[in-house]
Design a protein around this ligand. Structure first.
Ligand SMILES: Cc1cc2nc3c(=O)[nH]c(=O)nc-3n(C[C@H](O)[C@H](O)[C@H](O)COP(=O)(O)OP(=O)(O)OC[C@H]3O[C@@H](n4cnc5c(N)ncnc54)[C@H](O)[C@@H]3O)c2cc1C
Length: 391
């Protein structure tokens, strides 16, 4: 086992770092400052298009689909470089979750149709799984898709559909066979968000970000938009969720940036006549967080490696998701504590520290612990599939 990057990987990192830095305009920086899940603004869209033109939205994708055909590890190196900047929007759902699933379960025509559009940034997807009565117990969902000639007609409601307000499509899980056992009567669809009959309403999160509820009222879509095998949607979505957990877990660079900012603060801030960083409690907390952060990095490399070997990480991506998303919250908790009362002041306050970033992180840190599948359920997946325990 060799824990170092190869010379080619180091070169690749330098190359993508230079490209990313060359594409950051003052307008983009301003948009990033005000980023609150409202979707990419004009500068963000231009940034994404420029990445797409350089092939950087499709690093591991086959060249025939417009990708660069490079190993997924190179994608990870790229995401570390993007994460170093922070706040950049990069078409992640289509490219990291839906696309990899389509290349494994979609027909050749579906791959030819959708993958290039995802890699160019033309198609971005919201994930339409959760419903008011179906979250963890997703297979109980009630949204129906009924065949009618060459079309499907969709009726129902989705809940917590993030990014639905700016995505071109929704990757929708709906019931196609109500008589089959509940896991076996579901199919997945790519539904254009501008289809007549779709209504999107905002739901505001505690960190001021936006998610949505989405209503389908006799929405008609071509039969060809049903992806993969009919009534195998549960298994296709399980695969997409494994990819989602991998990408949720790949938060190393952003967390490192935050932790480094806190280290700098602790070194430069004096309390009771000594730098905060000389306090044994503070040092111990930093050491614990630093250890966990390295675990996040190693788990990220493991899942990237598995995908490069043609495997779909399963309990491994659950483990990566738990450690990374718990750590997001732990770093925010500790950061607010370290900053004392100043940690509770918002961006708008002239007395805030570190630009009010920790107060915001504290409010947003919680939601990835259940988004993408609650961490309690991920633990159950590890117990069953990783450790061989019975259901
Ligand atoms: C901000 C936000 C964004 C989201 N974005 C999306 C999105 O884009 N698309 C989408 O489809 N969904 C999205 N979700 C939904 C998210 O995936 C669900 O909230 C999650 O799967 C949990 O479902 P639930 O909210 O119905 O909670 P429930 O299923 O009611 O569970 C509540 C809690 O009970 C516990 N629990 C439940 N079942 C078990 C079990 N079997 N074992 C142990 N503990 C259990 C867990 O602690 C869980 O957190 C989002 C949610 C939020 C809040």
């Amino acid at each position: 086992m060799d824990f170092r990057f190869t010379a080619e990987q180091d070169e690749w990192r330098e190359e993508v770092r230079a490209i990313i830095e060359s594409l950051i305009t003052p307008e983009l920086e301003e948009e990033m400052q005000n980023n609150s899940d409202l979707g990419p603004g004009p500068a963000g869209k231009a940034f994404m298009r420029a990445l797409g033109e350089k092939g950087l939205l499709g690093i591991p994708w086959e060249e025939k689909h417009g990708g660069l055909g490079r190993p997924l590890m190179d994608q990870y190196i790229f995401s570390e470089e993007i994460g170093r900047i922070g706040g950049l929007y990069t078409n992640s759902t289509a490219v990291n979750m839906v696309g990899p699933t389509i290349t494994r379960v979609g027909t050749d025509e579906q791959q030819d149709e959708w993958i290039p559009k995802m890699l160019s940034g033309e198609v971005e997807c919201a994930l339409g799984y959760t419903e008011p009565g179906a979250g963890t117990d997703l297979a109980g969902l009630e949204t129906r898709a009924v065949e009618d000639g060459d079309e499907f007609v969709i009726n129902g409601q989705k809940m917590f559909t993030s990014a639905a307000h700016f995505s071109s499509h929704i990757w929708l899980l709906a019931r196609t066979d109500p008589d089959a056992p509940k896991h076996r009567g579901l199919s997945v669809f790519l539904v254009p968000m501008d289809s007549p009959g779709i209504t999107v309403r905002p739901l505001w999160r505690m960190d001021d970000g936006r998610t949505n509820e989405v209503f389908f009222d006799n929405v008609r879509i071509p039969r060809a938009n049903q992806i993969g095998e009919p009534n195998r949607g549960w298994y296709h979505v399980a695969m997409a969720l494994d990819f989602e957990r991998v990408s949720l877990g790949g938060r190393y660079a952003g967390l490192l940036k935050r932790l480094n900012a806190l280290v700098k603060y602790a070194n430069e801030t004096t309390a009771n006549g000594a730098p905060l960083s000389q306090d044994p409690y503070v040092r111990g907390q930093f050491a614990d967080l630093g250890i966990k952060l390295e675990v996040v990095r190693m788990f990220s490399y493991r899942t990237a490696w598995m995908i490069d070997q043609g495997q779909v990480p399963n309990y491994e991506s659950s483990a990566q998701k738990i450690i990374a998303t718990d750590l997001i919250q732990e770093i925010a908790d500790f950061g607010v504590e370290l900053l004392g009362m100043h940690g509770q002041l918002t961006k708008d306050s002239p007395h805030n520290r570190l630009d009010g970033e920790l107060e915001q992180a504290y409010r947003s840190g919680i939601f990835l612990r259940f988004g993408g599948g609650a961490n309690e359920v991920q633990r159950d997946i590890i117990a069953r599939r990783g450790l061989g325990m019975p259901r």
